[in-house]
Design a protein around this ligand. Structure first.
Ligand SMILES: Cc1ncc(COP(=O)(O)O)c(C=O)c1O
Length: 391
């Protein structure tokens, strides 16, 4: 591998500074180790001031935020939910755990988000919820999806795990659907190790607090609204330790720095790979008009599954951890047990075979970005030779 050094480039690395250490230590020293301490509320203030997001509650993960959302919708056995298959298992599991049935919807080839033009054909008298996923931090087509939901009296739940800080027509993710779920996992733009958050409608807030506190009215007791601590609903332990919230708050004090670094890397890739795209080797991501994304992920879409898989192996050989993000859920072992299979969602299946996620993290250097782009260029030069110029 002449000319290319063998340094490891991971696919993700959390950006941690002295501020995270200081706030985490402070949370420990003030001995508020359980949930809903001062850092939890500082995070809420940040979300309100920065994004205009209210009715926000932190959770132990994006997964449990989705589980809370599913409980809030009161979905149950006999109900259906429409959901993309090109997503993480948690998006579907949360609703499956309530006994509801997934109806998988194909995705758009440009954004890999749910194809809003197909949603209406999937609605039956059992449909209760439409779930969107803001893949790679690019919000779904909310105006159209919310309009369809309104016309059919359905609820939209946004799996906004990846889109913290992204905007759609000037509105921040979290305010685009009646219920939105974020992730603050280590792999996300702003992290607390494991963690998430849910934004709910004002009318859902009291019930959300009860569900989040093991089905009890503990929040009302702490707020002095009642003196009896009692069981009111189903629920679980969905609130994260304030020590982790201190880490997240520290990350949010670095909000602009992290956002700018990630977006610069994203556009660095776009520039660095432009020429290879022009040669027809792959397609670069496209961002629909009206969206400002958060630089969460950079994907390229190869022409064939074999090209993608060979490129992953080649890059891994160079120490570059490129990553296949999603194996579609409908054709996975669990999807098959639900009656789904390969051949049912053509765009999802094409993208599942051809999309490749490149390393992207805030502290990645421009030389790392060049190294990844050079590695991809080298792959296509060698590949062209082997295939006699036919790709
Ligand atoms: C689209 C999507 N939904 C849900 C999740 C689950 O989030 P968490 O890992 O915080 O549970 C993820 C995490 O990768 C995700 O990407």
């Amino acid at each position: 591998m002449e000319g290319i050094t063998h340094k490891m480039i991971p696919f993700n690395k959390a950006s941690l500074s002295d501020i995270e250490k200081e706030y985490v230590l402070d949370a420990m020293e003030t001995a508020h180790l359980s949930g809903d301490g001062k850092y939890t509320f500082k995070v809420y203030d940040f979300f309100k001031e920065r994004f205009g997001i209210e009715n926000f509650r932190l959770t132990t993960s994006g997964t449990t935020a989705l589980e809370m959302a599913a409980i809030l919708t009161r979905i149950g056995p006999g109900d259906e939910f429409i959901v993309p298959s090109f997503t993480f298992s948690s998006t579907v599991n949360a609703f499956l755990l309530r006994g509801a049935t997934p109806v998988f919807c194909d995705i758009r080839k440009d954004t890999y988000n749910i194809d809003e033009s197909l949603i209406e054909s999937l609605i039956t008298d059992k449909t209760k919820v439409i779930i969107t996923v803001d893949y790679a931090g690019i919000p779904a087509e909310y105006d159209k999806i919310n309009e369809i939901a309104k016309r059919h009296s359905l609820l939209v739940v946004a799996d906004a795990a990846q889109s913290v800080g992204s905007t759609y027509k000037g509105e921040y993710s979290g305010n685009l659907a009646p219920i939105s779920c974020f992730s603050f996992h280590e792999t996300k733009n702003y992290c607390m190790g494991e963690g998430g958050g849910i934004v709910v409608r004002p009318d859902d807030l009291d019930r959300a607090d009860i569900i989040r506190e093991k089905g009890t009215n503990r929040r009302q007791v702490l707020n002095g609204m009642t003196d009896k601590y009692t069981w009111h609903d189903i629920g679980s332990s969905f609130l994260p330790s304030d020590v982790l919230c201190a880490m997240l708050y520290a990350q949010l004090t670095r909000y602009d720095e992290i956002m700018e670094k990630r977006r610069n890397i994203w556009y660095g890739y776009l520039q660095g790979l432009e020429n290879l795209e022009k040669k027809g080797f792959f397609q670069l991501p496209s961002v629909p008009e009206g969206i400002i994304h958060n630089g969460h992920m950079f994907n390229i879409c190869l022409n064939k599954a074999k090209d993608r898989d060979d490129l992953v192996t080649f890059l891994n050989g160079l120490g570059i951890k490129a990553y296949v993000c999603y194996v579609p859920l409908h054709s996975s072992p669990m999807g098959k047990t639900l009656g789904w299979d390969t051949g049912m969602l053509p765009v999802t299946e094409f993208c599942g075979g051809t999309v490749l996620r490149l390393p992207l993290y805030a502290d990645m250097t421009y030389s790392d970005v060049s190294e990844v782009c050079d590695g991809i260029g080298k792959f296509f030069r060698e590949y062209s030779k082997v295939s006699g110029g036919k790709m």
